[in-house]
Ligand binder design. Sequence first.
Ligand code: B16
Ligand code: MG
Length: 214
Amino acid sequence: MIKAVIFDLDGVIVSTDEYHYLAWKYLADELGIPFDRELNHKLRGVSRLDSLKIILQHSNVDFADHDLDELTDKKNSYYKNMLQELSARSILPGAKELIESLRSVKIKIAVASSSKNAKTILSMIKLFDKFDVITDGNDIENSKPDPEIFLLTSKRLNVPPEDCVVIEDAEAGIEAAKKSGMKQIGIGTNESLPNADIIKKDLSEISLNFILSL
Ligand code: B16
Ligand code: MG
């Protein structure tokens, strides 16, 4: 029986996935290397440094020619500038309603985000206090698709993996949830998340009864 729901943040609760895309696009254009939405999809749920490595690999540039820390810092500063526009209006459809209905029946809820900006974002959209546990990119060594973030979150929630369901928009996140032994719901389409057991367009398609039926 489901005792906890673990939400991804970017692209599930809040529309910051678009800012990640725009910030990487800005950096790639500056470097004169290719970057499009298809490649961006592979970066969902992946850490900042690993995302940069994927972008550089696709351009065949030599890593040694670049200071990777300088480039990830640049991308993060573009991204953080965009975050200034964030408000409660950036919360994606159905998120607030699902969070409130889970809280009303005392199902535990957590955020497990690869982002090191996750807590700032949750404060800005005024959802920080709603979760029993928030695990983010500062707490882990290995980002999704490694299961570390979900296993740590399950431990902090004191709920075993088999009683947790993960809601994710990333291929890397679905893979990480599977490896951790949790059920998963993909947010997207069958094409964007071919490995997810269940697919929903957004959180407005997920009811409390649906969660209880899993
Ligand atoms: P940051 P999630 C992930 O967040 C994003 O999907 C991914 O695009 C980003 O590279 C990663 O966080 C790191 O974010 O640069 O802010 O530390 O989807 O796991 O909530
Ligand atoms: Mg995501």
